[in-house]
Design a protein around this ligand. Structure first.
Ligand code: TXA
Ligand code: MG
Length: 522
């Protein structure tokens, strides 16, 4: 199919309107992103939208209208809250979901009994809908899964040869898709954040909720309030990771990376290849540039991208929502130095799990080894120990371990004092060596508060019988001695209650369990 490239002249808009009313597909600019339009009341035409985009058929489309009163035939009724939003905002980057009328076919609404309606602000868009003389169903004019188009050239890249015409208009003013709010639930709920913010909506209709999936993604078996939530979105070919860190820490982290790109703010000092998306404290500029930036990364052949995290307030919520999906929810939290905290009962198989994580490329920080480093010759921590347990525990820069043990384990208070020195010191040393992705391997993870420095924690547990056998074999001790060691440990319930994930070593395959956990963490 040859795709006509049209201008925004009156003549061309009339022509595009005719293509639409004849059942064709036309891409056009709006103030949010470019839309791919078809006559919303023509089921055959609407089906072609799904084909051109490669869009799953259960993901409904937004119906665009030219005037406020055009909404009446399309919905069952206008509730007072809907009327208030229409009066205050339309035309706007805002989409309202209401129960649909019988005029709306099943293809447009993806089989749902509601319909999404929007009256765009953009002049060309409004003129086009008028010229077509019918409501226009229009999703974003990108190939399904790719970043939405904010420039005519993005649409030309994605849709040439697949649709009848593209209106070659201006760059989009906002750059992220409209706010989608459903009024078909008891409390109005934002299903997709956009330029009309929660605060702006609440000022008009009172309490508004934000669907949990907007910021956190969907749980495994959750049913999507908006089908769009469950699909992969806005994703460039590159693997994008969000980096939660201050400007300075982000800069030094990213500048040390090889073969990677930075997706950063304009004023960041970056020495590796970079693409920027707006200014640090200016969410409007970030929204406007984000999708173009994602597309540029692909053009440059980026494979690995470290992105700065935007704040989540106001329009920032929309930017964060799009970016976190582009990153498939992968956040590197540099405010937390360890990706995973690994712990477990003695004999449960923590060592085996650690080995497997190492094979997978994790950087393992074993606290047992670091405990030795804290007390090795000339360690700066020795003088702290000496200040607390007596100068004579150090001779020629070497720690007299027996003497320290005698004093530290003499009573509970002294033991606690030793722990309060050793635990933070061990974590401090591990932190220095931690390279993403890292595992803090610590038998006393929770007791030494190491878990507070980890993105997620995994505890390995196993039935008593299995552990007893293992400890006896591993350490060559009797059942009674093994029992004593096990009794000194925290219970299975403790590990279950404190960790994010548990690996159960009772014959079930451990690697499968780990792989499943990693899928969720990364
Ligand atoms: O800014 C925009 O809204 C752009 C421009 C072209 O107007 N359009 C757009 O459409 O972003 P689209 O199809 O890419 O996104 C529509 C979103 C999807 O996530 C879809 O699942 C949701 O709205 N949606 C549509 N109808 C719905 C309904 N009845 N119930 C729940 N979600 C709905
Ligand atoms: Mg879209």
């Amino acid at each position: 199919m040859e795709t006509k490239i049209l201008s925004t002249s009156e003549y061309d808009i009339a022509l595009a309107g005719k293509i639409l009313s004849d059942g064709g597909l036309v891409a056009f600019p709006t103030e949010t992103v470019y839309g791919l339009g078809a006559d919303a009341l023509n089921e055959e035409a609407v089906k072609n939208i799904y084909l051109a985009k490669g869009r799953p058929s259960d993901n409904p489309l937004i119906v665009h209208i030219a005037e406020k009163e055009d909404i009446f035939p399309l919905v069952k009724e206008i509730t007072p809250k809907a009327q208030a939003l229409i009066d205050k905002f339309f035309p706007a980057p805002l989409t309202i979901i209401l129960p649909k009328s019988s005029k709306i076919g099943n293809t447009v609404s993806g089989g749902l009994d509601t319909v999404a309606i929007r009256m765009p602000q953009n002049k060309t868009a409004r003129a086009l809908i008028k010229a077509a003389g019918t409501p226009i169903a229009a999703p974003s004019a990108n190939t399904s899964g790719l970043p939405s188009p904010t420039k005519a050239k993005h649409v030309i890249d994605d849709m040439s040869g697949k649709i009848d015409a593209i209106i070659n208009g201006e760059d989009c003013e906002f750059g992220v898709e409209s706010t989608v709010i459903t009024l078909a639930t008891e409390t109005p709920t934002i299903l997709r954040p956009g330029a009309i913010t929660k605060e702006m909506l609440e000022a008009v209709i009172g309490k508004v909720e934000v669907a949990a999936a907007v910021l956190n993604g969907m749980k495994k078996d959750e049913v999507a309030a908006s089908p769009g939530m469950k699909y992969k979105h806005y994703a460039p070919k590159a693997r994008v990771m969000l980096v939660n860190a201050s400007k300075e820490i982000y800069e030094s982290f990213v500048n040390s990376k090889k073969d990677a790109f930075a997706l950063c703010f304009e004023d960041d000092n970056i020495t590796i290849p970079k693409i920027t998306f707006g200014k640090e404290n200016d969410d409007i500029s970030q929204a406007k540039e984000l999708f173009d930036a994602l597309r540029q990364l692909d053009k440059m052949g980026a494979e690995k991208v470290y992105a700065r995290i935007p704040h989540k307030d106001g329009v920032g919520m929309a930017v964060y929502n799009r970016l976190i999906r582009a990153a498939a929810f992968c956040i590197i939290d540099l405010e937390k130095p360890f990706t995973i905290g690994l712990t477990g009962q003695t004999g449960a198989g923590k060592g085996y799990v650690g080995k497997y994580l190492k094979e997978l490329g994790f950087n393992i920080l074993d606290t047992d080894l670091y405990a030795r480093k804290v007390t090795e010759k000339n360690s700066p921590y020795l003088s702290i120990l000496a200040d607390n347990f007596g100068k004579d525990i150090i001779e020629n820069g070497i720690l007299n371990r027996q003497l320290l043990a005698d004093r530290a384990f003499a009573d509970k208070e002294s033991t606690e004092l030793l722990n309060s020195i050793m635990h933070p010191a061990i974590i401090e040393l591990c932190k220095k060596d931690a390279e993403f992705p890292s595992v803090l391997d610590a038998p006393l993870l929770f007791e030494c508060k190491g878990n507070e420095q980890c993105c997620k924690t995994i505890a390995v547990i196993a039935p008593e019988e299995t552990r007893r056998k293992r400890i006896m074999e591993r350490d060559g001790i009797t059942a009674k001695q093994a029992e004593a060691r096990m009794n000194a440990q925290k219970s299975e319930a403790f590990y279950k209650a404190n960790s994010d994930f548990t690996v159960i070593n009772d014959g079930r395959d451990i690697k499968t369990q780990i792989n499943r956990i990693l899928e969720e963490i990364l």
